[in-house]
Design a protein around this ligand. Structure first.
Ligand code: ARG
Length: 473
C-alpha cells in the first residue's frame, strides 16, 4: 500500500513501463496482465477514425482558444504523417501502449513534442473510443448498404429472367400452389429491403457525437461540441455525458440488424442447397462456389451456401455476446466495453464477405426450368384452383374443399395429373364442373389468375420488379 514513492512526475509517462497513466503506480503490470488488458491487437483497425476524431478535436481546441494555432499546425502535420505510416505498414504498434489511442498519441509526441501531449486536453479515452467506434460503424453501415443493393440488383436480374418460370410453391415443404421463380426471388428482395431500412434507422441513432463527455462528467474547458460534431458529420451531440461514454446500444442494434440479414441469407442458402440436391434438381450453382469430395468423385457440394448458413450462427453469437456484455454494467465507462470490438469487427467482416459473395453467386445460378415445372405438376398444385372454381359457381368453400379432396384421391390412385382426368370423371364429383375447368387446372391458368398486387401472376411480378428498381435508384 505504498502510494507516496512516485517514480515519475504525475504528468510524465513512466519510462519503465512505457505506460501513459502509470505515474501513480509502484510497479509495472506483469507481461501477462499487459497482454490481457491490451486491445491494440484488434483496435488498431480504428486508427483512421481515431485520427479523424483527434483532428476535429484539435481544431476545436484551437478555435475556442484552449490551444494555440501553432499546436494545431503541428498536430495536423504529425497526425497526417502517422496516418501515412500506418497505411504503409511502417507504424510500430507497441503492446505496452495498450490501445490504438495511446499508440498514436505516443508517436505524435515523439514527432512533435509537447503539442502532442496537449492534444488530450478536455478529452478522455472514454469519449474518444466511443467516438471512434461510432465513426467506424457508420462507415461500415454505408458499405454494407451498398453491398445489399448490389445483391438486390442481382436478385432483380434473375427474377426478371424468370417471371414466367413455373415452380411449386411450398408450405410445410410440401407442394402447395404453383408460383413463378421470379416471385420466389422477390420475396428475398423484400427481406433485404427491410434490412436496409433497419440499418439506415440504426445509423440515424448512431450518428451523435460522444466527444466532450470526457471521462464521464464532461469537462471544465469551454469546449464547442457542436463544432466537433459538424466536422465529423454527426447530426448532433450525445445529450448526457454518462450515457455518451457508456452507451453501446448502437453496436447492439447493428448486430441485431446484421443477425437478421444473415438469417435471411441463411434461409436462401438452405433453399439453394435443397434445390441443388438431385431430388429437386431445380438449379446448378457455378463451380466456383462449390467443392468436391476427397473420397467421392461424383460430389459437387454447395459449400458456400452451407457456410453462410453456418456463419449465421456465429453472428447470432456476437449479438448475444454484446447484449451480455452490457447487461450488468453500472454507469459509466467500464473496461468491459473494450470487449465490444472483436464481435463487432467480426460481424462487419463476415457480413461484408457474405454479401459480396452472394451477389456474385446469384449471377451464376443456372435454373433448370423443366425440373421446376415437373415438380409443380407432380404435387396437384392446382387443387385449390379447382376448389375456387367450384366456389365461384356457388358451392360453399368447405364443400368444394371436400369434393376436390376426392378428385385428388382419384388422380393419385390412377397416377394422373388433375388436368389428365376426363370431364365425365370430374363431373362425378360435381355437376358444376364444365369444360372451362381445363384452363383453370393448368399451371399457367393458376398463376395468371393470382393477378393482384403481391400475387404471383407474371404481370404482377414484372410490376414488382419495376417498383423495386425504382426503389433502388
Ligand atoms: N481500449 C479502451 C476500450 O476499448 C479505450 C478506453 C480506455 N479507457 C479507460 N479508462 N481505460 O474501451
Amino acid at each position: 500500500m505504498a502510494t507516496s514513492k512516485k517514480k515519475n512526475a504525475p504528468s510524465e509517462p513512466s519510462e519503465k513501463s512505457g505506460n501513459t497513466w502509470s505515474g501513480r503506480f509502484d510497479e509495472p503490470v506483469s507481461e501477462l496482465v499487459q497482454r490481457y488488458t491490451a486491445s491494440v491487437g484488434f483496435d488498431r483497425r480504428l486508427a483512421d477514425y481515431d485520427i479523424e476524431g483527434s483532428l476535429a478535436h484539435a481544431r476545436m481546441l484551437s478555435a475556442v482558444g484552449i490551444s494555440d494555432g501553432g499546436d494545431l499546425a503541428a498536430i495536423e502535420s504529425g497526425l497526417s504523417r502517422i496516418r501515412d505510416e500506418i497505411r504503409n505498414g511502417e507504424f510500430i504498434w507497441r503492446l505496452e501502449l495498450e490501445d490504438v489511442h495511446l499508440n498514436i498519441e505516443k508517436r505524435l509526441t515523439t514527432l512533435i513534442g509537447d503539442a502532442g501531449k496537449r492534444l488530450h486536453t478536455a478529452r478522455s479515452r472514454n469519449d474518444q473510443v466511443a467516438t471512434d467506434v461510432r465513426l467506424y460503424l457508420r462507415a461500415s453501415i454505408d458499405d454494407i448498404i451498398r453491398l445489399i443493393h448490389a445483391m438486390q440488383h442481382a436478385l432483380l436480374d434473375l427474377a426478371k429472367q424468370h417471371a414466367n418460370t413455373v415452380m411449386p410453391g411450398f408450405t410445410h415443404l410440401q407442394v402447395a400452389q404453383p408460383v413463378v421463380f421470379g416471385h420466389h426471388l422477390m420475396a428475398y428482395f423484400e427481406m433485404l429491403k427491410r434490412d436496409v431500412e433497419r440499418l439506415s434507422d440504426c445509423r440515424k441513432r448512431m450518428n451523435r457525437l460522444p466527444l466532450g463527455a470526457a471521462a464521464l462528467a464532461g469537462t471544465s474547458y469551454p469546449i464547442d461540441r457542436e463544432m466537433v460534431a459538424g466536422q465529423l458529420g454527426f447530426d448532433g451531440v450525445c445529450e448526457n455525458s454518462l450515457d455518451a461514454v457508456s452507451d453501446r446500444d448502437f453496436a447492439i442494434e447493428f448486430c441485431a440488424g446484421a443477425a437478421l440479414i444473415m438469417t435471411h441469407l441463411s434461409r436462401l442458402s438452405e433453399e439453394l442447397i435443397l434445390w441443388m440436391n438431385p431430388s429437386f434438381g431445380f438449379i446448378e450453382l457455378a463451380d466456383r462456389f462449390c467443392t468436391g469430395s476427397s473420397i467421392m468423385p461424383q460430389k459437387k457440394n454447395p459449400d458456400v451456401p452451407e457456410l453462410v448458413r453456418g456463419k449465421a450462427g456465429r453472428i447470432n453469437g456476437h449479438l448475444v455476446a454484446l447484449l451480455t456484455l452490457m447487461k450488468a454494467q453500472p454507469l459509466a465507462y467500464n473496461k468491459d466495453n473494450q470487449e465490444d470490438k472483436e464481435p463487432l469487427f467480426d460481424t462487419v467482416d463476415t457480413l461484408t464477405d457474405t454479401l459480396r459473395i452472394y451477389a456474385d453467386m446469384l449471377t451464376g445460378v443456372r435454373v433448370k426450368q423443366d425440373a421446376m415445372r415437373n415438380a409443380a405438376m407432380r404435387g396437384y398444385a392446382t387443387a385449390t384452383d379447382l376448389a375456387d372454381y367450384l366456389t365461384k359457381k356457388g358451392l360453399p368453400f368447405r364443400e368444394a374443399h371436400e369434393a376436390v379432396a376426392q378428385v385428388v384421391r382419384l388422380a393419385d390412385n390412377s397416377d394422373r395429373e388433375l388436368s389428365a382426368l376426363t370431364l365425365p370423371e370430374l363431373k362425378k364429383f360435381s355437376e358444376l364442373i364444365d369444360n372451362d375447368i381445363f384452363t383453370v387446372l393448368t399451371l399457367e391458368g393458376s398463376i395468371s389468375s393470382r393477378n393482384h398486387i403481391g400475387g404471383t401472376a407474371p404481370a404482377q411480378v414484372r410490376a414488382a420488379i419495376g417498383r423495386a428498381r425504382k426503389w433502388l435508384s
